[in-house]
Design a protein around this ligand. Structure first.
Ligand code: MN
Length: 237
């Protein structure tokens, strides 16, 4: 049986599907035995419904927004599948993706959303709202540690080891490797369950309102960052 199964289609919005049968489930917390990665070019397929809560991550050429272009937008409905939109720059608009980003009834989940939201708002010109950030939630909920990376959260709260090996790779290449695609997908596959775990902790500690205040401010903070105040803490004395 092939490890990877590929299905090719071309033109924007169309997809390549890569399905991997994961090794034996490691304990009861394994979300799924099979994840599908749907690779799209420049937009999601029109009308794709990812539900009311969508996990989103981005990969860029680097960490400086004014210099480093957006390469990938990864999305998941929390069902174990991931949709990866490769942004080539050949198309200015991505109407299907923008519909999800700007929909006030769809909650967007991020890990360190401050960067992703700024990148997405700058690239697609829509306010990304409402949002939830697992890193902010973790900072309010997990005050017993300073380890708030995605890898740390997924390990502690879900008992899953994820690799960060492909984190700094060339996301601009046209022929992304299976390892890159799997890594990129992995960053959105666990956010729904992380949110559930973190919300329970926030509720237990009475800090939900603090996290929510930050989530509400996040789209504006991202706008402030990308308008030139990125390195300045306007709240500082
Ligand atoms: Mn990522």
């Amino acid at each position: 049986m092939p490890f990877w199964a590929w299905k090719f289609e071309s033109s924007p919005g169309h997809q390549i599907t890569q399905r991997r049968t994961l090794p034996n489930p490691q304990g009861p917390k394994r979300l799924t035995e099979s994840m599908a990665i749907h690779l799209h070019t420049d937009d999601l397929p029109a009308g794709l419904d990812l539900g009311g809560t969508v996990a989103i991550d981005t990969e860029t050429m680097g960490l400086r927004m004014e210099r480093d272009r957006l390469c990938l937008v990864q999305l998941s409905a929390g069902d174990g599948d991931a949709h990866i939109v490769r942004v080539t720059g050949d198309h200015d608009a991505a109407p299907a993706l923008e519909t999800i980003l700007g929909n006030p009834r769809i909650l967007k989940l991020f890990h360190f959303g401050r960067f992703d939201i700024a990148v997405l708002q700058a690239r697609f010109g829509v306010p990304v709202s409402p949002v939830y950030c697992t890193k902010i939630a973790s900072r309010f909920a997990r005050t017993y540690t300073d380890r708030h990376g995605l890898k740390d959260l997924v390990r502690e709260l879900l008992g899953i080891e994820i690799s960060k090996q492909q984190q700094s790779s060339d996301w601009g290449r046209g022929d992304l490797s299976p390892e890159q695609l799997e890594y990129a997908a992995g960053d959105v596959l666990h956010l729904h369950r992380l949110r559930d775990e973190l919300n329970a902790m926030l509720d237990r500690e009475g800090r939900t309102h603090l996290a929510e205040a930050c989530f509400r401010f996040l789209p504006d903070l991202a706008k402030i960052d990308s308008s030139g105040w990125c390195d300045l803490d306007v709240f500082a004395h």
